[in-house]
Design a protein around this ligand. Structure first.
Ligand code: IPE
Ligand code: IPE
Ligand code: MG
Length: 251
């Protein structure tokens, strides 16, 4: 096997990012929180293009949690407007680059204009074969599991599914992002070390990388640093290092 092949095999396939620290970034400069959100969009652009260049299969970005509705109404309003503006201005470029855009989360709570923009963007890019970008908006890991449980229960109730057939892989199939590899690298910026109800099931074996950097400062170098850290970890998936080595010897 060629060296670069070995290298690309050890890259994470799916990177999830909790983009945190916009407010503190702005405050540190004496600016309003929304200034941080606007600059956070630039970091999103840089992250997407760097990840695509690396050949990552999927990137999931936590943009708005199901708990974020508790923020002041004005801030929520600005964030919604920002989604609409960014969707309108960026989608063509993503499409041109063969990238697939999906919005995951409970979209029913968004206003109609935003729902329509989301649908247009998803439809336009749905057949693209490049990297998948999941924007998690009004997303919660508990919500994801809840909606899976509901749809499984409906099938059981309708008689089309046997309770005995419910196993881990069936549950996985009913979660959002079921067609995408599990997250292998989670990044959270701003020094906080918690999951904040982002993906729960899909993070079961993820390596977790926390950086002090605030999200608007995140750039290509930051991503490369996180990915390098990831590659240098010995990943065992619950088996011993010897078992992994034994696998290599049979090749
Ligand atoms: C992350 O930055 C962006 C969103 C949650 C929308 P924050 O807005 O949480 O910024 P901090 O954590 O208050 O600094
Ligand atoms: C998590 O950040 C959600 C997003 C990045 C969208 P928060 O800043 O909202 O999380 P908590 O409230 O500090 O846990
Ligand atoms: Mg925060």
């Amino acid at each position: 096997m060629h060296n670069s092949q070995v290298f690309s095999d050890s890259l994470p396939k799916h990177i999830a990012i909790i983009m945190d620290g916009n407010g503190r970034w702005a405050k540190a400069q004496g600016k309003p929180r929304v200034f941080g959100h606007k600059n956070g969009v630039k970091a999103v652009r840089k992250t997407i293009s760097s990840a695509a260049k690396l050949g990552i299969k999927a990137v999931s970005l936590f943009a708005f949690s199901s708990e974020n509705w508790r923020r002041p109404e004005a801030e929520v309003g600005v964030l919604m407007e920002l989604f609409i503006t960014v969707l309108s201005s960026e989608v063509k470029k993503l499409h041109k680059n063969n990238l697939q855009l999906r919005v995951i989360g409970d979209k029913s709570r968004f206003n109609e204009r935003l729902q329509k923009k989301i649908e247009e963007a998803e439809t336009l890019t749905s057949t693209n074969t490049g990297m998948v970008i999941n924007i998690a908006a009004n997303y919660g890991g508990k919500w994801d599991i809840q909606q899976a449980v509901k749809s499984i229960s409906q099938k059981v109730q309708a008689g089309s599914l046997d309770v005995e057939a419910i196993d881990e892989s069936l549950i996985t199939q009913h979660l959002t992002m079921s067609d995408i590899p599990e997250v292998d690298l989670l990044i959270r910026t701003s020094g906080e070390c918690r999951i904040s109800n982002f993906m729960l099931w899909q993070l079961a074996y993820a390596e977790m990388y926390f950086t002090e950097q605030y999200w608007p400062d995140f750039n290509e170098d930051s991503l490369v640093e996180a990915v390098t850290w990831f590659i240098n970890r010995e990943r065992r998936f619950g088996c011993t290092g010897e078992q992994v080595k034994a696998l290599m010897e049979t090749e």
